[in-house]
Write a protein that binds this ligand. Structure first.
Ligand code: ADE
Length: 286
């Protein structure tokens, strides 16, 4: 058996034994996969599970979502953060309904043409809905690939390596195993190399400088949330989920009672991004 085959088999066997039972792993519906992938970007699995189930109950397909309106999607996005993803998801639902008869396309260029769908999300749909033989590289997978081969990887290099490693016909389980390995055993800060199914082929093996440090942000935190514009935006969207907010209330609602200019400036970015509308002196969800 070639060394590559041995590594693939070791990880696939480990994946079968340890695979987390997550709701988006028991479907091949492209719409459901897209919803899960957008929710999982920057949001933890445990937080996503109930939101994912509730979302699909309300919007089981793109046409239902398109018809439901962007405001309803933003409401269902509560607790997930990064609300622009909700706006993009609704825009995608509209475009899919109008241009693809309500069914997500199944090619990379067509998926990339949809709002908010980048290389990662497009490939995730191809693999997890259509079982296409491509690699899916998120931050965790990028980190473990860099460690595995022992050098920093630019995004294009990581993608090429990920594609090369996929065992033919088994991309679905392979990529799920990589996600699980990256999320647990090969974590950013406390890798558990003793538990790793591919330890003996790993160039790094947990000692010496971490090759992933030069690649994907390992251990570097997201920019600070407290005091950020993002925090004020989040507060305002949370308030709008409960009901309209008048312009005079903005500074207080956004946590900047003594900085009216900032409150108004940042509130305007929500309108520009499609997360809020202003009618007369009142803001509301679109
Ligand atoms: N993150 C992104 N996609 C995922 C998946 N399918 N399973 C677990 N975590 C993920």
């Amino acid at each position: 058996m070639s060394p590559l085959r041995a590594q693939q088999n070791a990880l696939l066997r480990w994946g079968e034994r340890t695979r987390r039972d997550l709701p988006w792993r028991s479907t091949r519906d492209p719409w459901a996969i897209l919803v899960s992938e957008l929710m999982l970007q920057q949001t933890q699995v445990a937080r996503v599970v109930p939101k994912y189930l509730a979302f699909l109950q309300r919007f089981p397909d793109a046409p239902t979502c398109a018809a439901g309106g962007v405001g309803a999607v933003i409401e269902l996005w509560a607790g997930l953060g990064y609300n622009r993803r909700a706006v993009n998801l609704h825009r995608t639902a509209v475009q899919v309904t109008e241009e693809h008869s309500g069914v997500l396309p199944a090619t990379l260029p067509e998926l990339l043409d949809l709002p908010g769908i980048g290389p990662y999300t497009a490939r995730a749909v191809l693999v997890f809905a259509h079982e296409a033989d491509v690699g899916v590289v998120d931050t965790n997978v990028g980190r473990l690939l860099a460690r595995w081969q022992g050098s920093g990887l630019k995004p294009k290099e990581a993608q090429a390596l990920a594609d090369r490693l996929v065992p033919a016909g088994r991309a679905w389980e392979w990529n799920q195993a990589l996600f699980d390995l990256g999320a647990g055993v090969c974590s950013a800060r406390t890798p558990q190399c003793d538990d790793c199914p591919v330890h003996k082929w790993c160039a790094w093996q947990g000692s010496g400088p971490d090759p992933a440090a030069k690649t994907f942000a390992t251990g570097s935190k997201q920019s600070k949330f407290a005091g950020s514009d993002r925090q004020g935006r989040g507060r305002l969207v949370d308030a709008l989920r409960r009901g309209p907010v008048s312009v005079v209330q903005l500074p207080e609602v956004m946590g900047w009672a003594d900085d009216h200019d900032r409150a108004h400036r940042v509130a305007l970015t929500l309108v520009t991004d499609g997360l809020a509308i202003q009618i007369n002196d009142e803001l509301s969800l679109p």
